[in-house]
Design a protein around this ligand. Sequence first.
Ligand SMILES: [Zn+2]
Length: 300
Amino acid sequence: MTTSWDRIERLLGASTLEHLKQQTVAIVGLGSGGGFVAESLAMSGVGRFILIDADTLQAANVVRHVCDRGDVGRPKVEAVADRIRARSPDAQITAINGRIEDHFNALDSVDLVVCGVDGERAKYLINRACLSRGLTAVYAGVYERGEGGDVVVIRPSDPASPCYACWADRLREGIPQPGTEDLDYGMIGPEGTLEAEPGLWLHVVRVAAAQADLALNELLRGTPAHVQMPGNTVILANRPLEVFTGHITPPYGAEWVTVARDPECLECGHPARLADSAESGESLDALMHDTGMPYEEADE
Ligand SMILES: [Zn+2]
């Protein structure tokens, strides 16, 4: 039995579906989030995958992963590759059971990177690899206990886009500065979410679905199906969340912001080109005003 793409073709059009089948996405980290993104992109028509993860599926992963008990003990890249083939048997898949820092060359000829790792250090490494290759990358983070999360699209080809380092300097606390300590991949949990207080699968995949959707949208650039999003960052609430000071975003609500490139960023800063960029350390509220997002409309 072959897979019928009829429904997707009717939605996107034959030429756009063909475009997606030729696109190559690298997914780094195949935990709760990355595994879900991989399967979702396969089900959306994306045809080529490079999967990178060093871990095997543990029994404890099963309640928060697209793979199940039958896959325990298998490398996650192989288990997820089978999930993709079960949906899209013609997909071209390269499964790399190893650490990203040993396989950066796997990113040399991809169209997009999906970052499914937790650790900020690993995200910095991936950021650097993507900057040097001019590669767009989509990063996601799930907040403690799965109360919410965020997704950011980083586009080095856009002079206004932040890199992950300047983005994280605004929206993450306690980020380790690159080069100040040894990069320790052991810091990264085997899951796609924060290790300390993991959330439920259903809360993780809400963030992962946004990551998959924004990744797909990037792969659709140049086609009629591409959508201009209202910012480069979406913040999702699974529970009431004070995203902006004094304003509670209700469950299932979302806020968009645009984080500007930091001209002082050690990773991507380019003072001459970015003289008018916003100053570092700005609050989310200020970003909202910069973006002009009418978030009051969602205030219940
Ligand atoms: Zn930067």
